[in-house]
Write a protein that binds this ligand. Structure first.
Ligand SMILES: [Zn+2]
Length: 86
């Protein structure tokens, strides 16, 4: 039997999640990843558990601020200070 092209196996999904490489996937791979999660409740639960664990760790360690986000925030604050009624 031919293997369905482009389908992720449970093993693929779990490897991507534990290696943290999901964020680096291209749009198409990300779609395949999501499709697997929609069809496979086991992997969907696994991803939720890993994500919540990751969030807890980040909260504990305190994630370093993303410089791009900080800059956007600064710009937003500056724009607000300049205001329309200057
Ligand atoms: Zn699966």
């Amino acid at each position: 039997m031919m293997k369905m092209p482009g389908m992720y196996s449970c093993h693929d999904v779990q490897e991507l999640v534990t290696c943290g490489t999901v964020e680096e996937l291209g749009a198409w791979d990300r779609l395949r990843f999501r499709m697997h999660l929609m069809m496979c409740h086991h992997c969907a639960r696994f991803v939720r558990q890993v994500r919540s664990l990751g969030d807890a760790v980040r909260r504990l360690l305190g994630a370093p601020p993303d410089p791009e986000r900080v800059q956007r925030l600064e710009e937003a604050v500056m724009a607000h200070c300049d205001g329309p009624d200057r």
